[in-house]
Design a protein around this ligand. Structure first.
Ligand code: 2P0
Length: 337
């Protein structure tokens, strides 16, 4: 048992990730089992640091985010997650949870991914659960699907898991793991075109898409092929192909939402202006491909050597929005001491 868990207190740090093959749609809402495999790059910016301290005898969990008490939905999701950890640890202890997020508000960089990855690592240690990286990834998944991928650094695949068999078999087989790659040296330029809150949460949007969009099934089928192609492109270090596959997979995901009833549209006019600038970069011979998540912000994959040039072009197009440059980042880890 690590010293951190003996003390009933542990601190962990995790980074966000951006999917190149998207997770969009669940087949089990309670266990957070996805419809399809997904694949992401962990970033080296915007870490989340979370401390979990057990308080024997306390009658409630005390959760603060950036020094302020967690609001209803965040509080509920974190307490539900802690209940799962307590059940596994055979402990009734409530906890004090402190989270510091360095993601600028509304940056559209799924803080739930770094958040639940850091919480899973810290809570497992604080409650004395001896879990390997695979088990921690499965645990993080229960907080937020994309968090399963933030357990690992660089490029990561999250297996949807077995669709047949028992619930336990499905749960055991849906975890993330690192993907081997050839030399890539990429950067991801993040253009924040709108920092406001979104109208529809990604959780609600993916549910509506699966339930009502006639384009969901075709996208899920083509996403399988995209994943096969993506693994090959990563393996041979072919950044051009990686970008091409990532862009088509993301735009396809947005098409599924546009066809939902009623439609979910995260793209804004500013998003389209940035997407146009990415096309112009390509016409000018620069390797640049876009991906977008459940919001209007655009992430542009490029060569690390071109990152400043790409950031400059994207900055003009983003009309005053903040620009961040990310590179492949580290795995989630426990901070000792
Ligand atoms: C992804 N997104 O693969 C996709 C692409 C957004 C668009 O994972 O319901 O916060 O907590 O499992 O992980 C955002 O969804 O959803 C997401 P839940 P999550 O990154």
């Amino acid at each position: 048992t690590a010293p951190a868990s003996t003390a009933g207190s542990a601190t962990a740090v995790a980074h966000p990730n951006i999917a190149l093959i998207k997770y969009w749609g669940k087949r089990d809402e309670r266990l957070i089992l996805p419809r399809t495999d997904s694949l992401s790059m962990t970033l080296d910016i915007f870490p989340t640091t979370t401390r979990v301290r057990r308080v024997p005898g306390a009658d409630h969990d005390d959760v603060t985010l950036g020094g302020a008490p967690a609001q209803d939905e965040a509080q509920r999701r974190i307490v539900t997650f802690l209940d799962l950890v307590r059940e596994r640890a055979g402990s009734a202890d409530r906890a004090v949870v402190d989270t510091e997020n360095t993601v600028p508000t509304g940056a559209g960089l799924a803080s739930s991914a770094s958040g639940f990855a850091a919480l899973a690592v810290a809570a497992a240690a604080a409650y004395g659960l001896d879990l390997d990286a695979t088990a921690l990834s499965r645990l993080a998944r229960r907080g937020s699907g994309s968090a399963s991928r933030s357990l690992f650094g660089d490029f990561v695949v999250w297996h949807a898991g077995r669709h047949t068999g028992t619930e336990e078999e499905a749960d055991l087989s849906s975890y993330a793991e690192p993907v081997p790659t050839g030399p890539l040296d990429p950067a991801l330029v993040v253009a924040v075109v709108n920092a406001g809150p979104k109208d529809v949460s990604s959780r609600a949007a993916m549910r509506r898409t699966v339930d009502t969009s006639p384009l969901f099934e075709p996208w899920a089928v083509s996403s399988k092929d995209d994943l096969v192609d993506m693994r090959q492109a990563l393996g041979r270090g072919d950044l051009e192909a990686v970008g091409e596959i990532a862009e088509r997979n993301a735009l396809g995901m947005h098409a599924t939402m546009l066809a939902a009833r009623p439609a979910v549209r995260y793209m804004s006019p500013a998003s389209l202006t940035v997407l146009d600038s990415v096309l112009q970069l390509r016409r000018d011979g620069v390797l640049a491909y876009a991906t977008m998540d459940a919001g209007p912000n655009v992430k542009v994959l490029c060569r690390n050597a071109d990152a400043d040039r790409v950031a400059g072009v994207v900055r003009s197009a983003a009309q005053g929005g903040a620009i961040h440059i990310a590179r492949p980042g580290p795995a989630a880890r426990l901070l000792l001491g």
